[in-house]
Design a protein around this ligand. Structure first.
Ligand code: GAP
Length: 555
């Protein structure tokens, strides 16, 4: 799918009520998205499929293929705002940041690693021309900007001499963070701008207008209570995971689960992303579906492999194509210091350059890092071990809870701190991936149709019911079918317009089956079922409709 098809998907999402820009009538709010009538059903179905497959339908007594033993699963739903110490201990307060640069000419802010450019020389002037790549061809965008900057026409492109490939700004040594006393820093409005280096910021007309890279914490800050002082500051959670760790003891004490077991949670997370982009892919408010799986240290590598493969298969089962979905194991250097393995499940989103993949879910082996941090305080690496990080006064920089989060295994009389495997998925990214995968343009009997080939389990409506015409008693029969089926499935009734147009509307909504009441129905109590993907129509007795649809949804 090229970019124009992505544009078509975005426009379909708005036109058919899948996804709207948040606060649109006020001009919108960047990085925030609302799910419309169809979108809310789709996203709920995805979350429900995840919860059902991972938690409710999990068989605690069976050993699943690839698992070292049976395991238990349970759920949790905790608050978005939690004790601020949690984020200090977890490392988010100190370390959860991106680098950003500000432009004083355009007042725009960019993520340092997302600005790309190339050195161009013309008329003895060498300039790093940068852009925020919008297409698969940043080199062409850079060339267009360079031509404009040097006042050249397209046919004079040979007057530009290029030096090196297109690289991101964080690869350009002239742009590395300078010392505070650097004479090339211009201080203005509380910021310092890098006035040397001969670079052209994205969207700027003049040279050297950006700040050097600065850290920017991604957590949203808020105030709890009426006093409004800094001591009352709290954060909107940037991940649901920490809520699970801090409730780990509550769950063990109250539910009598035994290791190995997992705690699952679905909920909103918030990150003040510097440059939210690519539709819902990088949002500032989004939903996560996370599992923290607690196991004995010695079996943790096997559990890591089990979860990695199981989660990959889950996306395949729900319809993502194998050639657009990949499992990428992180290299040793990419791993967090406490991890013995991390993998990303990635999808070839259509807004990415050909051959590029974007993260859908991460599966991380987190060792005992999280439980130990919440016991002892924020940990830091010292040599090959994790030790409590100390402040200038020699005391723990951020104190843990002091609670004992170790686990006593009755059967072996062993006490240990469990290791954790964390499959962490994004509900919005999964929704986007399923939408991208489902979007098809086809020709049917000489007519173009847009169809969302969503897996029936996640489709917003399972069936639509139509009377062929609004007379001869057909609406009465169709309405009765609609009411009966509504007890079991999400179904839609439509009696407006020609039946062909009604089919097209349901194709765009991703409805897998359309049931039509016609003249024959009145004689033999049968209806037609039209399959969205094959377009095959079959006659089925009304009395068997429910079981037929149920069987098809299961297959
Ligand atoms: N607890 C681990 C954790 O939060 P992460 O890789 O930062 O790991 C997990 O996030 C998943 O959450 C990602 O794979 C992605 O699906 C989703 N996610 C993260 N940031 C997001 C954003 N800004 N917008 C939408 N989804 C996001």
């Amino acid at each position: 799918m090229d970019m124009s098809k992505m544009d078509k998907l975005v426009s379909l999402c708005k036109r058919r009520g899948f996804i709207f820009q948040s606060s649109e009538i006020y001009g919108g709010l960047n990085g925030f998205w609302d799910y419309g009538p169809l979108g809310v059903e789709l996203k709920r179905n995805i979350k429900e499929a995840w919860w059902r497959d991972m938690v409710q339908a999990h068989d605690d007594l069976a050993t699943l293929p690839g698992a070292p033993s049976p395991y238990e699963m349970t759920g949790l739903d905790c608050t978005i705002i939690m004790h601020p110490q949690i984020w200090k201990v977890s490392g988010h307060y100190d370390l959860f940041h991106d680098f950003m640069v500000d432009c004083r000419e355009t007042n725009k802010r960019y993520r340092y690693d997302q600005v790309v450019g190339r050195w161009a020389t013309c008329k003895d002037q060498r300039v790093f021309v940068s852009v925020l790549p919008e297409t698969d061809h940043p080199d062409k965008e850079v060339e267009a900007r360079a031509l404009k900057f040097f006042g050249l026409r397209a046919k004079q492109a040979d007057q530009l001499a290029w030096d090196g490939p297109v690289v991101s700004l964080d690869q350009v040594k002239e742009f590395a963070a300078p010392q505070p006393a650097d004479p090339n820093l211009l201080r203005q409005g509380g910021k310092a701008y890098l006035t040397s280096g001969n670079y052209l910021a994205p969207d700027a007309k003049t040279l050297n207008t950006m700040t050097p890279p600065r850290e920017f914490n991604l957590m949203f800050k808020t105030i709890v209570g009426a006093m409004g002082t800094e001591e009352d500051a709290a954060f909107l959670r940037p991940e649901t995971a920490q809520g699970i760790f801090v409730n780990y003891k509550n769950v063990v004490d109250s539910s009598r689960v035994k290791i190995p077991f997992g705690i699952a949670q679905i909920g909103k997370s918030f990150r003040n992303e510097i440059t939210p982009r690519n539709f819902t892919f990088r949002s500032r408010e989004f939903e996560q579906m996370e599992i923290e799986f607690f196991c004995k240290p010695e079996t943790s590598p096997q559990w890591y492999t089990f979860w990695r493969d199981r989660r990959y298969q889950w996306y395949l089962n729900l319809g993502l194509a194998r050639d657009r979905l990949r499992l990428r194991d992180h290299h040793k250097e990419e791993l967090s210091h406490y991890s013995c393995g991390t993998a990303d499940i990635e999808y070839a989103f259509p807004f990415l350059a050909a051959g590029d993949f974007g993260e859908l879910e991460g599966i991380a082996h987190r060792g005992d890092f999280d439980l130990r941090s919440h016991m002892e305080g924020k940990l830091a690496k010292q040599g090959d071990t994790l030790v409590v990080e100390l402040g200038a006064d020699g005391k723990p920089k951020y104190k843990g809870s002091g609670k004992d989060l170790s686990y006593f295994e009755e059967a072996t009389k062993e006490r240990f701190i469990p290791h954790v495997i964390e499959p962490s998925a994004g509900a919005d990214r999964a929704t986007l991936a399923f939408l991208c995968e489902a979007y098809h343009e086809e020709e049917v009997k000489g007519e173009q149709r847009v169809v969302l080939k969503l897996h029936p389990r996640i489709a917003p409506f399972k069936a639509a019911i139509f009377p062929l015409v609004n007379k001869d008693g057909m609406p009465d029969v169709a309405q009765k079918i609609y009411r009966d089926m509504k007890q079991q499935f999400t179904v839609f009734y439509d009696d407006k317009g020609a039946v062909g147009r009604r089919y097209r509307r349901q194709d765009e909504a991703g409805t897998p089956y359309c049931i039509t009441v016609d003249g024959q129905t009145l004689q033999d109590q049968t209806v037609t079922i039209r399959d969205r993907d094959t377009l095959v129509q079959e006659r089925v007795a009304i009395a068997e409709l429910e079981s037929v649809i149920r069987a098809r949804l299961r297959s």
